[in-house]
Design a protein around this ligand. Structure first.
Ligand SMILES: Nc1ncnc2c1ncn2[C@@H]1O[C@H](COP(=O)(O)OP(=O)(O)O)[C@@H](O)[C@H]1O
Ligand SMILES: [Mg+2]
Length: 243
């Protein structure tokens, strides 16, 4: 089982949009995919049709008192399952920090899923605490959406510093430009000449598009309601680049 994390220090940059669309693409090409929605806001779960996420607390999960597999739900999409997030996830950092080996918490929790899934996608809440450190360690690929603006790039630099500090060695951090608006000069310039920190960036970038916003109306991945749109094509090519 491979683990990909959609992660950023910042909120509202396109993590959840990418998590849902990449998970769908992987499942559509035959992989058995589990998306674990780690965000207390539960947006990925909601996009995948979950109306009432189970009442799971981060504390019980970290303490190993919850048989996580029992909370996995099928979605309307073949081979794509979701482990929904909910309000009980608000305390991740504190609970993980208090655990025996905080950096290994996520690795340990997801291990049993390797029997049933070939790809695990983690949709992370924003932040840079104990959860982030554990995720950086657990993931084979850490996918970081970066909006082409100086502030968003600065946040990405901070993530790189954090990784260097924590010596999360094996991690492979792959940034990609997200919510790119090519009508804006600043976006165009940064896409044309990305800074040094974006050298490991994916070649594919995700444009700002109304199809991403429409995911909220359809509650579904873009490829299901606008398969020929540019946005669907971009998420597909992001997936192909990663796979
Ligand atoms: N490429 C995009 N084009 C247009 N809107 C986007 C795009 N990516 C995300 N959004 C919108 O921005 C908001 C935040 O996106 P989301 O994926 O939830 O970010 P995050 O998970 O990083 O907080 C949502 O309302 C979403 O519809
Ligand atoms: Mg999100």
């Amino acid at each position: 089982m491979k683990t990909w994390a959609l992660y950023s220090l910042k909120g509202g940059v396109g993590k959840t949009a990418a998590a849902v669309n990449l998970a769908y693409e992987a499942a559509a090409t035959g992989k058995h995919v589990l998306l674990w929605d780690l965000d207390p806001q539960g947006a990925a779960s909601w996009y995948l049709g979950i109306d009432q996420p189970p009442d799971l607390s981060a504390k019980k999960i970290v303490d190993g008192k919850v048989p996580l597999g029992r909370y996995v739900q099928a979605t309307a999409h073949e081979r794509l399952a979701v482990l929904p997030g909910g309000r009980g996830y608000r305390q991740w950092d504190a609970e993980i920090h208090a655990a025996q080996s905080p950096r290994k918490v996520i690795e340990r929790l997801v291990e049993p899923f390797s029997e049933s899934y070939s790809l695990l996608i983690l949709d992370c809440p924003p932040g840079i605490g104990a959860l982030a450190t554990a995720i950086l360690r657990a993931a084979d690929q850490v996918l970081v959406p970066v909006v082409p603006t100086p502030l968003s790039l600065r946040a990405f630099d901070e993530v790189l510093d954090h990784i260097a500090d924590k010596k999360v060695g094996k991690t492979r951090v792959r940034p990609f430009f997200s919510m790119a608006d090519r009508r804006r000069r600043m976006h165009r310039d940064l896409l044309a000449e990305p800074p040094e920190s974006m050298q490991q960036a994916m070649a594919t970038f995700i444009d700002y598009s109304s199809q991403v916003e429409q995911m909220g109306a359809h509650r579904a991945p873009i490829a299901t309601f606008a398969p020929r749109s540019r946005a669907a094509g971009q998420f597909r090519s992001l997936y192909e680049e990663l796979a």
